[in-house]
Design a protein around this ligand. Structure first.
Ligand code: ADP
Ligand code: MG
Length: 570
């Protein structure tokens, strides 16, 4: 439970402001998170970490020399937006490229992925290494499906040290990946955590039990077992971790005993004593262990054990000095805070876009009524889309689509030209709407803008190219295929029907109408499917018999586009 707060809705903002005030010599606030106040040497790689708040010291607490260049700070347990990640990365970039590193969660992957694409369009070399250390979250043959928990810290430490040393972006990325690959964690919870302002914890652990395999967002463990003394708990954790090791594991391990929020340091030390004894008995040498709070989950009662299988490359980086608000190691010369105006000016330069051609401005003006029509449809159907999403999701799809398209419309400026207008509109959509669908619609608008602006040829050709670009962008970003019960199930038949009709000589408006009908039928047919992705997946059975919310909204928008095309034709 949270004892100190003003307005709970302002908790994250106020905590971050206090954090920055307390550590002004090391960090400064930027729109979306924090960056170092004394930036690293020009030309070095900027490690940008992030995720939801509620995990301190992750993520803002490890910004500083020898570790991260910036941290993107979302709301509690909520992915930051693509815009936030983009802006923090711009402010942190020193000319040597950006490495994004964060825990493997769908929302973060979508939003950081979108930011990566935007930065790359501006010529910044951006790479991503996901943290996947939690052995409870997927079997060893599906390492890339695992989520990131306390092992995030290890990847940040090693990548940050490589960046500080002046390694190239290729090297920093490779070493971060290696560190992640050789890091494994297992956690245990004794009690859940409670959101600021809430009365009830997100989950509870039955009296006398402990829950093995906890997550760091209040996800309960995967199995409850009777609570045990420290020696037995150490044995459970060590045995599981020694059963799940990388190839060529070696005999030198870094060890993290991480408190999740309300386990005392002394308790962690008791456990560490038992862990160290077991590791010694297994013939392993422990290298520079960390015992304390590194990645927390609000006030969760729990802890985790992490083993990092060091090799000759990783060990010096693990041992290297660091100087950050929450984590300090060895001795490092810390530079004085830099000139903020000079840094911000450098970050702004790439933002200027060339003036749009007349043709592009005209195309943008033609596109506006389509955006208006889609917006009207989302307003009309907000309640219904919310109702559908509530059946097996979280009920926010109507609000999300309405908020997103409102933001997109207000940001759309035809004077910027079509590609820039849709890019700005897409950014606004993903920024304001949040959620999976917000990120994906933002991605689609940007992709459509790019495809339309390249060619002023036959609208029959550009329309198909735009639809195809949207489909490719959504599948590339979200990874869903046909049959997974997502918006892709409506978009794919839309594109297919449009192409087929135009190929057989139909007029553009007729082809659009037929394509919208195909999308509508396909959206309805998703009732028969079980969701394979997204929030609805764990509720697959509940979802059967009901259409997918995102497919339904997509079909509604497709229909509004077809109707508008017919109106404009007259
Ligand atoms: P959230 O799931 O974050 O609450 P919304 O409720 O706004 O976001 O949107 C849910 C819709 O997003 C789903 O109905 C589905 O159509 C779509 N969706 C979820 N995951 C994916 C994905 N990986 N690819 C494509 N669409 C997806
Ligand atoms: Mg939802």
């Amino acid at each position: 439970m949270t004892r100190i707060a003003n307005d709970p809705s302002q908790f994250v903002r106020e905590a971050l402001a206090g954090f920055v005030a307390a550590h002004a010599d090391l960090v400064r606030a930027v729109d979306g998170g924090v960056v170092r106040s004394a930036p690293a040497a020009p030309g070095t790689v900027a490690l940008v970490v992030g995720g939801g708040s509620g995990h301190y010291p992750a993520f803002a607490g490890v910004v500083g020399a020898g570790m991260a260049a910036g941290a993107v700070c979302g709301n509690i347990f909520t992915s930051p937006s693509a815009g936030q990640a983009y802006r923090v990365a711009k402010a942190a970039h020193r000319g040597g490229g950006v490495l994004f590193s964060y825990g493997n969660y769908a929302g973060d992957v979508l939003h950081f992925g979108e930011a990566q694409e935007r930065l790359r369009e501006e010529g910044i070399d951006v790479r991503t290494v996901l943290c996947t250390d939690d052995i409870a979250s997927a079997p060893p043959d599906e390492l890339d499906k695992r989520r990131g928990i306390a092992g995030d810290f290890v990847v940040f430490k090693i990548a940050g040290a490589a960046a500080e040393r002046g390694d190239t972006i290729d090297e920093v990325e490779r070493l971060a990946r290696l560190a992640n690959h050789r890091t494994r964690t297992l956690g245990v919870a004794f009690g859940g955590c409670t959101f600021p302002g809430a009365d009830e914890p997100l989950f509870t652990v039955p009296e006398g039990m402990m829950s093995i395999g906890l997550g760091i967002h209040g996800e309960p463990g995967i199995r409850d077992v009777p609570r045990a003394g420290s020696a037995k708990l150490a044995r459970t954790l060590v045995d599981a971790l020694l059963d799940d090791v990388p190839e060529d594991r070696g005999t030198r391990v870094a060890v993290l005993v991480n408190g999740l929020g309300t386990v005392k340091y002394e308790e962690l030390f008791v456990l560490y004593r038992d862990v160290a004894e077991l590791l010694g008995a297994a013939g392993l040498t422990v290298v520079e262990p960390e015992v304390g709070e590194l990645v927390t989950s609000l006030d969760m009662a729990g802890l985790s054990l992490t083993l990092v299988w060091l090799d000759d490359e990783l060990e010096p980086l693990w041992s290297a000095p660091a100087y950050t608000p929450a984590y300090r190691k060895g001795a490092l010369q810390v530079a004085a805070p830099g000139d903020v105006q000079e840094q911000d000016a450098a970050a702004q330069t790439a933002l200027e876009t060339p003036a749009a051609s007349d043709r592009s401005r005209h195309a943008a003006a033609v596109a506006l009524p389509f955006l208006d029509a889609a917006r009207a449809t989302m307003h009309e159907n907000e309640a219904e889309l919310g109702r559908i999403d509530a059946i097996a999701g979280d009920g926010d799809h109507g609000v999300g689509m309405r908020t997103g398209i409102d933001a997109a419309r207000s940001a759309a400026d035809p004077d910027a030209g079509l590609a820039a207008m849709l890019a700005t509109a897409g950014d606004a959509w993903s920024e304001k709407a949040g959620g999976t669908s917000g990120a994906l619609w933002g991605t689609m608008l940007r992709a459509i803008g790019r495809s339309l602006d390249q060619d002023d040829a036959d609208p029959r050709v550009t329309t198909v190219a735009a639809a195809r670009a949207a489909l490719e962008a959504v599948t590339a970003r979200g990874g869903a295929g046909v049959g997974d019960k997502t918006m892709v199930d409506a978009l794919e038949p839309f594109v297919r029907e449009l192409e087929a009709r135009l190929a057989s000589g139909a007029a553009l408006t007729d082809a659009l109408t037929a394509a919208a009908e195909a999308a509508t039928a396909a959206a309805a047919a998703t009732s028969q499917l079980r969701p394979a992705l997204g929030r609805a997946r764990p509720l697959a059975e509940k979802s059967l018999g009901h259409p997918d919310a995102g497919a339904t909204s997509l079909a509604l928008i497709a229909t509004s586009i077809a109707k508008t095309a017919r109106k404009e034709e007259r």
